[in-house]
Design a protein around this ligand. Structure first.
Ligand code: CTP
Length: 404
């Protein structure tokens, strides 16, 4: 239910605009208010009169309208909304929004808003698949815009493929999901959560390094779950291919020593979560030049120990976070090793998982974890890494609250 939430619906000029009266009807039935901005092209497909009757409000069309600016200017339009919905989001509107163009009321409002934006794209399949549109999609996603659809199917232009606007019921469901996220309790509001994630790379020489198979997915998922719980998040990430999560300060490092330094710089924190697979050792005699094969002697690699970041922070003399969480990646005797590690590292909670090749955890999308605490062990079911993250963050928030 939308409980009086105010939706600003921007209707772009595509054939799918004919479905927007139904969308307006559904939003109102779910208890939401709707105001409409119609682009010039959209008014060829759906009339302002229809939308005004359905919303009970004036429909806004022109950027430079004296009466509109006096009654409700374009800035006020976005200010007075809880959520902006663009449906249909045409290739043109997406391009304008991605590039920050502002030459009509719809694009100006999108540039002027600081409210969440949901887009329901609709266009010919070739236009959708065109690299330009896909680039714009990636830019908008990185800017925090959410998307629903497009669906795949027969198109008005006679082609088949992705490009049909999501059905009004699906758009309503996406709006409701947004509202539910917005109104969900924020147990970590005002807290700073520091998370390490990913592998580290330890150089052998300028072209070679020692690494491990960690993808960083679980750590990144934890960062996003902490953000959803209202926290300010700092993510210290080893090398990897994952994009920096939106709204999260992400510091990229290569080596364990750089990670250690970045963690220290990021203090103070309320919670510190050490999900990174830090290399235990680095090469002692890192070569400044590329090592060469010289005859038949195979060069030995002399290793030396890296700083144990978790153990150091757990015993920090001045800035120990109130809750310190370690991870244990094990390939056998998972619980036995985890409990020993829990005792050794000085952390408050420890998350243990099985990373043996058969488990598929390293690099995969699923995980099965055991939460070790002074009270005992809680084993969570096999879930996606996102669901594991949400479940763990809820427990960490509880544990922090109990510490007062
Ligand atoms: N860790 C760390 N710094 C290190 C090594 C590990 O912060 N130099 C952290 C990891 O992020 C994780 C926990 O310590 O939270 C355990 O890491 P793991 O590699 O499983 O443990 P190790 O200390 O390496 O123990 P072992 O070699 O016995 O498995």
């Amino acid at each position: 239910m939308l409980n009086g939430k105010r939706v600003l619906l921007i209707i772009g000029g595509g054939i799918a605009a004919y479905k927007t009266p139904e969308l307006v009807r559904l939003i109102r039935k779910a208890g939401g208010h709707v105001r409409v901005i119609l682009t010039k092209a959209a008014s060829e497909f759906v009339t302002p009169l229809t939308l005004a009757s359905l919303t009970g409000e004036k429909v806004h069309e022109a950027l430079f309208s004296l009466t509109d600016e006096i009654e409700m200017g374009h800035i006020e339009l976005s200010r007075s909304a809880d959520l902006l919905v663009v449906a249909p989001a045409t290739a043109d509107l997406m391009a304008k929004a991605a590039h920050g163009l502002a030459n009509d009321l719809a694009s100006t409002t999108l540039l002027a808003t600081d409210k969440p934006v949901l887009m329901a794209p609709a266009m010919n399949v070739r236009m959708w698949l065109h690299p330009a549109t896909q680039r714009n999609l990636a830019t908008l996603r990185a800017d925090g815009v959410s998307f629903v659809g497009p669906d795949e199917g027969d198109m008005a232009c006679g082609e088949y493929g992705p490009g049909r606007m999501a059905e009004p019921a699906a758009i309503l469901a996406a709006i409701e999901a947004h509202v539910a996220r917005d109104t969900a309790p924020k147990p970590l509001a005002g807290k700073h959560v520091l998370i390490t994630a990913g592998p580290t790379h330890e150089p052998i020489d300028p072209v070679r390094y020692i690494a491990n198979r960690s993808s960083g997915k679980q750590g990144y998922a934890l960062a996003e779950a902490a953000r959803e719980a209202g926290a300010r998040v700092t993510l210290v990430s080893g090398p990897g291919t994952l994009p920096a999560p939106i709204g999260i300060r992400t510091i990229r490092v290569e080596t364990a020593r750089e990670m250690d330094e970045a963690v220290e710089q990021a203090l103070p924190a309320d919670i510190a979560i050490f999900a990174a697979a830090v290399a235990d050792w680095r090469v002692a005699d890192e070569s400044k030049e590329k090592r060469k094969k010289d005859g038949n002697a195979i060069p030995p690699l002399q290793l030396t120990e890296n700083p144990d970041i978790l153990a150091r922070i757990a015993r920090h003399a001045t800035q120990r976070p109130r809750l310190v969480v370690g991870f244990a990646a094990e390939t056998e005797k998972v619980l036995e090793h985890a409990q020993a590690k829990f005792a050794r590292k000085g952390c408050d909670l420890l998350v243990a998982n099985d990373v043996s090749p058969a488990s598929g955890v390293m690099g995969g999308d699923r995980n099965r974890v055991h939460l070790v605490s002074p009270e005992g062990v809680e084993s969570l079911p096999d879930m996606t890494k996102n669901d594991v993250a949400t479940a763990l963050i809820a427990r960490f928030a509880d544990a922090l609250a109990r510490r007062g």
